[in-house]
Design a binder for this molecule. Sequence first.
Ligand code: MN
Ligand code: MN
Length: 327
Amino acid sequence: MRDETTASERAEHRAGIIGPPDALLQLPRFAGPSTFARLPRLDEVGRADIALLGIPFDTGTTYRPGARFGPESIRAGSKLLRPYHVGLDIEPWTELQVADAGDVGVTPFDIAEAINQIESAARGLYDKADNIIALGGDHTIALPLLRAAHAHHGPIALIHFDAHFDTWDSMFGAQIVHGTPFRRASEEGLLALGHCAHIGIRNSLPAASDLEDDRRLGFSTVTTLEIARRGIDEAIGRVRERVADLPVYVSIDIDVLDPACAPATGTPEPGGLTTRELQLLLHGLAGLPIIGADVVEVSPAYDHAQLTALAAAGAIFDLLALFAKKR
Ligand code: MN
Ligand code: MN
């Protein structure tokens, strides 16, 4: 839905929305379609304000593989989501037509070809949806998603939640893997230099010079230790100031969370955010012009009691609420 609309246009839009089946009258939450939050498929509604797109790709991982199973795990973790968002006081899929666009057909054998498949799927999806939230997949997928988003919005301010920079130049000589998407995005001019931020960096780096390299690309960094010492609101203030009023893309590597909250990920780092701290940080982005997002690096073979899947699905619910709140 367009950002500038009248109350009557919004009411008319709301009346045409198809949501999930009613869990208290029609179909209990443990049953029903295996789409995200049991929402309709995109082909059932034709057009959507937000399309959720699964990208089952993990050929770019460096440590534990398995994020190719992330989309189905996040969808399974989303079944318990209810319509009303307590923190942001809004019902995302009452305000917006949200639909599940299924999974991109990606080759697991050739990263360059997979990147093209993802970019082309995302570009095609913009014909049927105003915005995309991607369900990863490893973090490599952010590069083709940013290419597609840039084609619509121009240079993007990236808010990147991650234990890792993902701005390294290459790994084993490979230029496009899950540790390099934001270096490539920056080189390709997809990002607004000076307006991007990492949140959640911690533990160990290959070298101290990585900090300076990353700053030169236009990022600022909020570490988990800074959040612990100075608080959530200070971190939110720094990030909001950084992105100014540019179009914002939010990329959430689930390893930003502590392994106690999200054990199922490819490159776990102790000392991370709690699920609640991530919620607070995301809610602090309310009102920013968010134009796209992804939640990546959920590798369900390492999950326990759906901890990671529930956290990832919850982060997507937060993102949907932010989109709904934008107006
Ligand atoms: Mn990471
Ligand atoms: Mn990452």
